[in-house]
Design a protein around this ligand. Structure first.
Ligand code: ADP
Ligand code: ZN
Ligand code: ZN
Length: 756
């Protein structure tokens, strides 16, 4: 190669921060641009990387390997997305190549250099006609199968879909290929986008016809106008109570962004499967402009959606966390619905928080970011109070309804003796309320945030508790089929018939789960249709939607489920919400447990009385004085935040400080403990050095859940009053620190959502 050989820097999905240097062969030069995917040789194999810089250098005498291929005509990542990746890499101390891999559909990633094209629809069409019988006889003389195939297509009118001909008509594909070779038919292909939502969108559009579009209320109008008038890069919190009509505000803003500004948008929802109604509303409003990035999409379907956005054929991406990377040029707005949801945080590397990435992306690209919630996270609330984020409020319900009345049933202390088995789940008050609601032909939602039949199994004689062999967690009993399951590592075993320690023959089941409540409620209300919605009933692709459609059509009288049923649902005929046990999770050793409980209670309470009929909520608890319960009862977000915020001052937790959780894990308990200590020593030397200020180290200590999936876990916390210093230290740590003990993993989790 010549002296003026061009060298470029390529970020590869390996746990190293620095990009690799490669030479560009002339034949590929036209396609090697910043953000382009390239296939390069790496350690005897090949790897897909992203070009991050067009000029790189190597020390004298070191020869660069050449890029093998540059498969795309257009760079996969636009300059703003390249820049966003750099920001994520810095902020979360994650190698850039890993970040870029997370930003692209997996079908474009490692080992798929030329990604499979979208499904094509093949057609077959007759090219040669045989008006004279003799000619036909001669042509098909030794090919009766070809003749049958030809005549089948002829019978279809001379052309048809290949899938129809080979499927319903049972013609072998090879026979059609042979006919095509002989010029009797032609096979044509047209790309079809694999869009499993298309059918559903059609249903929605039909349903939307004849329904007059909603006229925004004064409060909605004010919020819409304020958003439209926002400056590029600005962030707004849309604090609207449950049922206040946040979706309409989003839609009207997007109408402006699309039709007036001619720009595109991203809508993030916590989990698409749980919010089909929200997604349907966007589809109904914007039809084919919307690409829905659903977790049930196959890799190929996801790639199709990504390409349609990349080419600008679709202008709005609706999806969960990773939709924040949707390749939309000219981005006008990013909406983060239910911004407080923990699912916006990615728990594997790169451990980004999609809400924070949304704000960074909006800033880089001059879009506006809207964070919507009835129960904003304390971080977002604080930003609004400090004026970094603008606050818009929708304090009233949009339609006719008002917030439901919330009653608390105190289960603390000795309960009146009862022989009625249903009392373990339903108090007299809740049972009566369910009966009243059903007798009026209205619907009920019951929340119990624990799946399975019973949350632990105990020997009444010696106190033995069934535990997971791989985790420090008790096993949950499940029925039909009967098995004991670990909810952390999915370990399963057949139920024991006696205590393994003292051979007592009957074990007791403690702690209610949804399966048990389903049984009790069905027995008590035998003429009601009960649907249970939890991880165990929603394994199929469309299981969520099917259950929710049955609720919407009125077929289901009682919807019972875990936190899955708390979000986004909008059913006018649901007038009663019952919380079976508000205390699950309230005392978890995590600084966010109160916040989570309040959000869950407020959200599920918000499902009641969304139509013209008044709603009612009954919360069963042993902790009626806890501020999460008290404030949910009065729908008082402000009071909750005030109290909760005080509790985050001492000891200091977000938003008083910023946090990184350093997790040390491995299969050898003692190795992990000593590695945790060595990690703490290393960090503590760094934090006390003169160049670092405003950071403190807490720990090391065993994690609240000491062992998960055979791995022992210790952690330490870095608390920071200076965000930039935390970023610098994280980067330094990730780059320089090597786990000091073999077999031990150490990870840096900036802005953790859970410390368990
Ligand atoms: P949120 O997301 O704030 O909980 P939604 O956007 O789901 O609330 O709206 C709640 C209900 O109010 C929906 O059924 C919606 O159709 C209705 N709604 C919203 N805005 C209006 C309006 N301006 N007039 C009448 N009904 C409205
Ligand atoms: Zn025992
Ligand atoms: Zn386990």
């Amino acid at each position: 190669m010549s002296d003026d050989e061009r060298l470029v820097a390529v970020a590869l999905p390996v746990p190293l921060f620095a990009p690799f240097t490669y030479a560009v062969p002339d034949s590929l030069a036209a396609r090697v641009a910043p953000g382009a995917r390239v296939v390069v040789p790496l350690r005897g194999g090949r790897e897909v990387g992203i070009v991050v810089s067009l000029d790189a250098s190597l020390p004298d005498g070191v020869k660069a390997k050449a890029i093998l291929d540059a498969p795309d005509a257009e760079p996969a990542l636009t300059p703003p997305l390249l820049e966003l990746g750099r920001w994520i890499s810095e902020r979360y101390a994650a190698p850039m190549g890993l970040v870029y891999r997370a930003m692209l559909p997996s079908a474009l990633g490692v080992a798929s250099r030329a990604a499979a094209p979208g499904r094509e629809m093949s057609h077959v069409k007759i090219m040669r006609e045989f008006p004279a019988l003799l000619e036909r006889e001669a042509f098909f003389k030794r090919a009766p199968a070809q003749r049958a195939a030809y005549e089948a297509i002829e019978a279809l009118g001379g052309h048809g879909a290949m899938s129809h001909v080979t499927g319903q008509l049972g013609v072998a594909r090879a026979v059609i290929t042979a006919l095509a070779k002989r010029g009797a038919v032609m096979i044509t292909k047209s790309a079809v986008m694999r869009d499993p939502f298309a059918a559903r969108a059609e249903v929605q559009r039909e349903a939307a016809k004849g329904v007059a579009p909603l006229e925004p209320s004064a409060a909605q109008r004010a919020a819409i106008d304020a958003l439209i008038a926002s400056k590029p890069g600005e962030v707004a919190l849309l604090h609207g109570i449950t049922g206040s009509g946040k979706t309409l505000v989003y839609i009207e803003l997007l109408r402006h962004v699309l039709n007036v500004q001619g720009k595109g948008a991203i809508v993030l929802v916590p989990e698409i499967a749980l919010t089909p109604q929200t997604v349907d509303r966007f589809r109904a409003a914007f039809g084919d402009k919307v690409a829905v990035l659903h977790s049930a999409l196959s890799d190929g379907e996801r790639l199709d959606a990504w390409r349609a956005l990349h080419r600008g054929e679709r202008r709005i991406a609706v999806g969960a966390r990773s939709a924040i990377f949707a390749p939309i040029a000219d981005l006008g707005a990013i909406i983060v619905d239910e911004e407080h949801e923990a699912s916006y945080k990615q728990v594997e590397a790169p451990r980004y928080h999609a809400r924070d990435v949304a704000m960074a992306r909006a800033r880089h690209e001059g879009a506006i970011a809207v964070l919507g919630s009835a129960t904003p996270s304390l971080e977002t609330w604080r930003a609004a109070e400090e004026g970094r984020t603008r606050r818009l409020s929708l304090p009233m319900r949009a339609g006719a309804g008002e917030l439901p009345k919330v009653e608390v049933v105190n289960l603390a202390g000795p309960q009146p003796p009862s022989v009625d088995p249903v009392r373990v789940a339903l108090s007299v008050e809740l049972e009566r309320a369910i009966g009243d609601t059903l007798s009026k032909g209205e619907q009920v939602i019951l929340l119990l945030n624990r799946r399975g039949f019973a949350s632990f199994i105990q020997c009444p004689a010696c106190g033995w508790v069934a535990e997971c062999p791989n985790c420090s967690i008790s096993l949950t009993a499940h029925k039909s089929p009967a098995r004991w399951v670990c909810h952390y590592c999915q370990h399963q075993e057949a139920p024991a018939t006696q205590c393994p320690r003292c051979a007592t023959p009957v074990l007791s089941m403690r702690g209610l789960g949804t399966q048990q409540v389903e049984r009790l409620v069905s027995e008590r209300f035998p003429s009601a249709t009960v649907a249970r919605m939890d991880v165990d009933t929603t394994s199929g692709k469309w299981a969520h939607v099917e259950i929710l459609d049955r609720v919407g059509s009125g077929e289901v009288d009682i919807l019972l489920g875990t936190q899955m049923i708390a979000k986004g649902l909008d059913f006018a005929n649901v007038t009663l919400v019952g919380v079976i046990d508000a205390d699950i999770g309230i005392n978890l050793p995590d600084f966010r447990s109160s916040e989570r409980t309040f959000q869950l209670l407020a959200q599920v309470a918000g499902r009641a009385g969304r139509g013209a009929k008044a709603g009612r909520v009954i919360i069963q608890t042993r902790a009626p004085a806890h501020h999460a319960v008290r404030c949910a009862m009065t729908h008082d977000y402000d009071a909750f935040v005030r109290e909760e915020y005080e509790s985050r001052k001492q000891p200091a937790y977000p938003p008083t400080v910023q946090l990184a959780n350093v997790l040390v894990s491995g299969e050898d308990q003692r190795a992990v403990a000593s590695a945790a200590q060595l990690t703490a020593d290393w960090l503590s030397r760094l934090l006390t050095s003169k160049s670092v200020a405003g950071l403190t180290l807490v720990g090391p200590a065993p994690c609240p859940i000491e062992r998960v999936d055979k791995r022992w876990r210790w952690h330490l916390l870095v608390k920071a009053t200076n965000a930039k210093a935390l970023t610098r230290v994280g980067r330094y740590f990730a780059e320089r620190f090597a786990p000091p003990v073999a077999g031990v993993r150490v990870s840096w989790d900036r802005d953790p959502v859970s410390l368990l």
